[in-house]
Design a protein around this ligand. Structure first.
Ligand code: ZN
Ligand code: ZN
Length: 257
């Protein structure tokens, strides 16, 4: 694939909007907010899911994905995340109460477990399907990370949920071949306090952070908008000088590598 499929662009469900999920190669997604509905049978191609954090809008399709294709799977579904993220998934979702723990269930042909939980750390490097995938620091209310995805000689950073985060700015600045920055903008600026408390961005907070960078010579894509504020945020973005050329993502769009 020479592009990223935006399977879910939003920070909430509602009125046909879907939650965070980026298909970065035929068999890899970042987050699992919306896999089954857009990919249908092709969902069986997904072998690797890199999680940014444990909030429901980022993990919700994992239980349904493994359940839907359990009998057909010949290889485990590898789910990558920080230790806290995987602990949350196992403790609160795959716990035999909310859903079966597929990380303890063998594949039908007994060749291995049906889900492998793979712990990652900031600074790790994964080379899969012609991509280099590196977890980078983000700052959210729970342990979280974003990912730098490098294909050929260009890089894309996908941050998922974050508020003000100096480490993230350092990563953006040091990625000299950065072509695309996907960064969240959950709330309109009038919800400054809510955004700060829940560690998300508004257009105003985002501008404050981006203005600390020496240059913005890359494409800026905004995602994780809360659907109920979509129109308001779009209007704000278009009337904000620094953001007016940025692209507000929608479900089903593509981002070229
Ligand atoms: Zn979220
Ligand atoms: Zn979150």
């Amino acid at each position: 694939m020479n592009h990223i499929d935006v399977l879910g662009a939003y920070g909430g469900k509602g009125c046909g909007k879907n939650t965070t999920c980026f298909r970065i190669a035929k068999n890899i997604t970042i987050d699992a907010g919306n896999i089954l509905a857009p990919l249908k049978k092709e969902s069986t191609d997904i072998e690797h899911i890199f999680l940014t954090h444990s909030h429901l809008d980022h993990i919700i399709d994992i239980p349904f994905l493994i359940d839907a294709f359990y009998s057909e799977k010949k290889t485990p579904l590898r789910v990558y995340g920080l230790k806290e993220t995987l602990d949350d998934l196992k403790t609160h979702i795959l716990n035999w109460r909310i859903w079966p723990d597929f990380s303890e269930l063998d594949l039908i042909d007994k060749s291995g477990k049906s889900i492998l939980l793979c712990e990652i750390k900031i600074g790790d490097r994964f080379e899969i399907s012609g991509l280099l995938i590196e977890p980078i620091t983000t700052c959210h209310t729970v342990a979280s990370c974003g990912y730098r995805v490098t294909k050929g000689d260009t890089a894309t950073i996908i941050t998922a949920d974050t508020g003000v985060c100096d480490e993230l700015l350092v990563e953006i600045e040091k990625t000299k071949n950065l072509k695309n920055l996907v960064i969240e903008c959950s709330f309109p600026s009038r919800f400054k306090k809510l955004a700060e408390d829940s560690k998300h961005f508004t257009p105003e907070i985002l501008v404050g952070e981006l203005s600390k960078l020496p240059s913005l010579n890359f494409n800026i894509f905004l995602n994780h908008i809360k659907p109920s504020y979509e129109n308001e945020i779009r209007q704000e973005v278009h009337s904000t000088e620094m953001l007016k050329n940025s692209i507000v993502l929608e479900d089903g769009w593509k981002i070229g590598y």
